[in-house]
Design a protein around this ligand. Structure first.
Ligand SMILES: *Cc1c(COP(=O)(O)O)cnc(C)c1O
Length: 382
């Protein structure tokens, strides 16, 4: 089941076959570490659950179908997935990364992997010429996020793919913020799509996971070897929950976009708000790119208040429907201050963000209720 069905259909059906033993319509949670063998080394494709597990296989097929890729591998977290991809790069290799990537990604690159002989440089990937200029003869991988977290900057995936490939490098795109419903990087030339399935794909803030989707079979074989060798795999229960989340992904993304668009307009018109960053507003510097590259502007909004950090802290404390918490992409709305929370790990780096920046993950509740909640919180800012 791949290319013939629309994404909404794939989200419900891809990877999911009635269980051959019982006919169970939903993929069972194969809560087992090992599998009986009919004879020595004779088995049904499953030997040990670090290597393969049927619930994980179903999830991987679903993820591949959603991104329009040949292969997918699921991991215990988004970071585990990124780390495993980076093991493809030998010491001496260079990785050109966006300078506005997820804080944990920057930490992994700068504080962990740089110590193993892989070179990293960080550039503004929204500037195609800056990426071109930063390519090196030993660049093996270009890594970017679009939209970025928390500044919601967009990068032209197709343009960067050309530059990466001309330089003999892969392009990896962290598609966590957009989800495959809004953006399909493989179709735009990316070699790897990365997801923190913890966010929109899982969608219910009840499971941590990650995934890589790709087309190249030889690279997939190497990554699958690494997945088993390193062992940062998700358990069957987590795979089941992620699969269940996927079934409503298309519906959820549509509602996230609808709600966020309304909330963004409300904020943009509010006198206590200085600046709103949302790819669905014409004031966004890459509004046109968003319209071209994405099927919708997403559920994430960042904004700065007239009252700066003190006002931001007050609003984050005073919202009632928007829960003050890290993470994003769940059905429930969240509010946070990136500088002291999600981005504390990059405080002293080039990725440091304005301490007064507020980030919203707009959920799928009723938009009027969300706006009323923000209104009462903003009313307390003097
Ligand atoms: C959360 C996140 C990650 C890391 O994923 P985990 O599942 O938390 O390990 C990577 N990239 C982006 C854009 C994220 O939001």
């Amino acid at each position: 089941m791949t290319t013939n069905y629309h994404l909404e259909t794939l989200a419900v059906h891809a990877g999911v076959e009635p269980d051959p033993v019982s006919g169970a319509v939903m993929t069972p949670i194969y809560q087992t570490s090992t599998y009986a063998q009919a004879d020595v080394a004779v088995h049904k494709g499953y030997e040990y659950s670090r290597t393969d597990n049927p619930t994980r296989t179903a999830l991987q097929k679903a993820l591949a179908a959603l991104e329009g890729g040949q292969h997918a591998l699921a991991f215990a977290s988004g970071m585990a997935a990124i780390d495993t991809i980076l093991r493809l790069i030998q010491p001496g290799g260079h990785v050109l990364s966006g300078n506005d990537v997820y804080g944990g990604t920057f930490r992994l690159f700068d504080k962990v992997l740089a110590g193993y002989g892989v070179q990293f440089s960080f550039v503004d990937t929204t500037e195609v010429t800056a990426v071109q200029a930063a390519m090196q003869p030993n660049t093996r991988l270009v890594w970017l996020e679009t939209p970025t977290n928390p500044m919601l900057r967009l990068t032209d995936i197709a343009a960067i793919a050309q530059i990466a490939h001309a330089g003999g490098a892969w392009l990896g795109v962290d598609n966590t913020f957009a989800s495959p419903v809004l953006q399909r990087p493989l179709a735009l030339g990316a070699d790897f799509v990365l997801h923190s399935t913890t966010k929109y794909i899982g969608g219910h803030s009840d499971v941590v996971g990650g995934a890589v989707v790709l087309n190249d079979t030889a690279v997939y074989e190497r990554l699958k070897f690494l997945q088993n060798a390193i062992g940062a795999v998700p358990g069957p229960m987590d795979c089941f929950l992620t699969l269940r989340g996927i079934k409503t992904l298309a519906l959820r993304m549509a509602q996230h976009c609808r709600n966020a668009q309304q909330v963004a307009h409300f904020l943009a018109d509010h006198t206590a708000v200085r600046h709103v960053i949302y790819p669905g507003l014409e004031s966004h510097p890459q509004y046109e790119l968003a319209r071209r590259q994405m099927a919708g502007p997403g559920g994430m909004i960042s904004f700065i208040l007239q009252g700066g950090e003190a006002a931001a802290r007050l609003v984050a404390r005073e919202t009632k429907l928007f829960t003050l918490a890290e993470s994003l992409g769940g059905v429930e709305s969240l509010i946070e201050l990136p500088a002291p929370m999600t981005h504390a790990s990059v405080a002293d780096s080039p990725l440091a963000v304005d301490p007064g920046l507020v980030r919203l993950s707009v959920g799928i509740e009723n938009a009027a209720d969300l706006i009323t909640d923000l209104q009462q919180a903003l009313a307390q800012v003097r």
